[in-house]
Design a protein around this ligand. Sequence first.
Ligand code: RM4
Ligand code: MN
Ligand code: MN
Length: 418
Amino acid sequence: MVREAEWAAVDEDGAVAPIAALLAAQGRALDEVEGRLRAQRIETPSWGYANSGTRFKVFPQPGVPRTVEEKLADAALVHRLTGAAPAVALHIPWDRVDDWAALRAHAAGLVLALGAINPNLFQDERYKLGSLAHPDAAVRRQAVDHVLECVTIARATGSRDISLWLADGTNYPGQDDLRARRRRLLASLEEIYAALDPTMRLLVEYKFYEPAFYATDIADWGMALTLCQRLGPRAQVLVDLGHHAQGVNIEQIVATLLAEERLGGFHFNGRKYGDDDLMVGSTNPLELFLIYNELAAAEEDADTAVAATARAVAYMIDQSHNVEAKIPAMLLSVMNCQAAYAKALLVDRAALRRAQEAGDIVAAHRTLLAAFETDVRPLLAHVRAGLGGAADPLDAYAASGYQERIERERVGGNQMSW
Ligand code: RM4
Ligand code: MN
Ligand code: MN
């Protein structure tokens, strides 16, 4: 960590000085913020490096990975340039290999960890009427067994989290009994939860619609939370930013789940209309900042259980790039997370509380805006450089020749796709 007095030396152009001054006015040191930024971790998704798209068309890109190892190579580069993406989430069966210990060792050689294991409960012919909530016990058995296999994989990969997203639901009123579906789902989840190691967690994702259009079995955070509460403390809710209706206040959901000690993780992405899976922070950077503001505040909550919940949150990206270049898109997403967290760390919490207690609404709001409007790019450039990354990861990527190399070398074979 750079000591306060040494900042002057590293900050040759004085670009970080305004931030240091802003913190000094709060009686805080740059070191504290820098230390927390250095500890920031964002997990990238293996599927974000592969070909993906909409239900209309997948546009293949040159240089896209043909193997899991090539996905890991891309992820390793994203980590090297940003200093903040040391793990990769895997999707089974998309990333299935025969020897998980070997893949784990291969990742470690790239200074990467294997992250959350995502079962696939939506691409088998038998899942037409659902998976864990399917009316037929034999199909539920198949779905539960798949997740149990993922628990075994997580053991081998050293992964803490099983990250569950269900496509289950119905398209028409009357298609199935809604309470029966919930009962079946809970019974399936109970069997899965019982199979977890004590260090493992089950992260339960929700989404308000699609592919089911009438009733999705886990449609919102309340349905996910109540299921988790039935299961036990290591069942926690996963918030995917693309899985809400228009205008929903996601930061309030985050605050509520933190207060309930049930916020397990995030799938960060950007959205405009639906589950768009765009680059993080591209459509609503203020929302991303306000979410990080809740998290940064909760990390220091006087209630130690809430603080511990905030510190254990799994920060993951869930993007499926369609038209944008994959590695630059992932870099920018990680950088936008770094910027949102940095701004959240600059919030003058004492001033905010004073304004709130005095009922000074404008002052309270302005305190948040002051942090949001601060240019944190120079600070992040220093932080990344200190982590062995690049001051500007996108410029560094463009200059590295990596894209040209993978386009040259990754010919033949089958590009990976979702
Ligand atoms: C879903 C959901 C899941 C992701 C799949 C590919 O919409 O967000 O997390 O694994 O897409
Ligand atoms: Mn997701
Ligand atoms: Mn999604």
